[in-house]
Design a protein around this ligand. Structure first.
Ligand SMILES: Nc1nc2c(c(=O)[nH]1)N[C@H]1C(S)=C(S)[C@@H](COP(=O)(O)O)O[C@H]1N2
Ligand SMILES: [Mo]
Length: 322
């Protein structure tokens, strides 16, 4: 057994019927098995961050230094991570997605690859993920609203997936879009955001080894409310860059339009690197509330991943390009 699953009842809570949990799990097992996943997560969810680091110390391209995951970075538990969400397609309240996404069926799923690349086209979820070994990445995750969590994602390096589509030399950015389907995503029936949700990265950010396409959480398929079946995770940027339920990936030569910087340009820039020295116009970014803790923590530059990513921004004025 490559991936250990908790009992359905423990995992997703009573809102989800055992039947749908079973179906989802079977789908994911098939996918993960074909993927030859290199995961063996014994004893979850009571593992410590240290134990997780040791288990993954052989994972290639992943740097688990004290800086990138400190001893005080205990993973939040599954129930917290999957019941306190931002996913406006399923409502704007933190408790809305877990309730409103319970009947969403993420599979089958198709992603359209386009723009400046040698191999554009449509690809199914399994074909996109299958050729790659799944990795567990325990990352700090920092929302722009100044709360944070530590999350054991399961995913593949985004770079490995992108390279298969042969990005062209003039592809400087990658643009992502979430599914637009108001029948399945009730939040899209109102003009809350400019749907579909859009995000983008500069090519070197997309290709950075810390950037992953996540398909799971605690060794399970992503819960719907966390962006099933496929989402971005960019751990040194504010949470809104980590777009959920992706159906489109395009290689572009110009800076892509993104949802939050389009709706409030003075509040949300394209880069959105976690930066304690650049306040949001309406609140400070210098500290954060780690969900589950009483005292606030100091926010670290690039969310604590400075050693890994600072060189991407050498020479840039991050107060202007926030
Ligand atoms: N499609 C889509 N992606 C999204 C969002 C959203 O509303 N829609 N919210 C973003 C924000 S603001 C955050 S903080 C994270 C939350 O991810 P989580 O619910 O898994 O913690 O998802 C991001 N990705
Ligand atoms: Mo966020």
């Amino acid at each position: 057994m490559l991936i250990k699953f908790k009992k359905a009842s423990d995992a997703l809570g009573s809102e989800i019927t055992p039947k749908s949990v079973f179906d989802r799990r079977r789908e994911f097992l098939k996918t993960a098995a074909v993927a030859g996943a290199g995961l063996a997560l014994g004893g979850l969810p009571s593992f410590s961050a240290r134990a997780a680091r040791e288990k993954l110390s052989g994972v290639k391209k992943t740097k688990w230094t004290a800086e990138s995951l400190g001893p005080t970075d205990q993973p939040n538990d599954f129930d917290t991570i999957s019941s306190y969400n931002n996913f406006y397609e399923f409502g704007t309240g933190k408790k809305d997605p877990v309730a409103n996404a319970k009947d969403f069926k993420p599979l089958p799923w198709t992603v359209e690859i386009g723009g400046l690349c040698g191999k554009p086209g449509k690809i199914g979820f399994e074909d996109l993920i299958k050729p790659h070994a799944l990795e567990e990445r325990v990352y700090r995750f920092r929302c722009v609203e100044a709360w944070s969590m530590v999350v054991p994602w399961v995913g593949i390096p985004l770079a490995d997936a992108l390279k298969r589509f042969e990005p062209a030399a003039d592809a400087k950015y990658v643009a992502f879009e979430t599914l637009f389907d108001p029948k399945r995503m009730p939040g899209q029936r109102g003009p809350v955001l400019d749907w579909p949700y859009k995000e983008g990265l500069r090519m070197d950010e997309a290709m950075h080894p810390l950037t992953i396409l996540a398909v799971g959480l605690y060794g399970e398929m992503l819960p719907n409310q966390n962006g099933a079946p496929l989402r971005l995770i960019v751990p040194w940027k504010y949470g809104f860059k980590s777009i959920k339920s992706i159906v489109s990936i395009k290689f572009e030569s110009r800076l892509p339009k993104t949802t939050w910087s389009g709706s409030a340009p003075s509040e949300y820039g394209f880069y959105s690197n976690v930066n304690p020295t650049v306040s949001h116009p309406r609140w400070s970014q210098s500290s954060e509330r780690r969900i589950g803790e009483i005292f606030r923590r100091e926010t670290k530059m690039f969310n604590g991943y400075e050693e890994e990513v600072a060189s991407l921004y050498a020479g840039m004025d991050l107060k202007k390009l926030f």
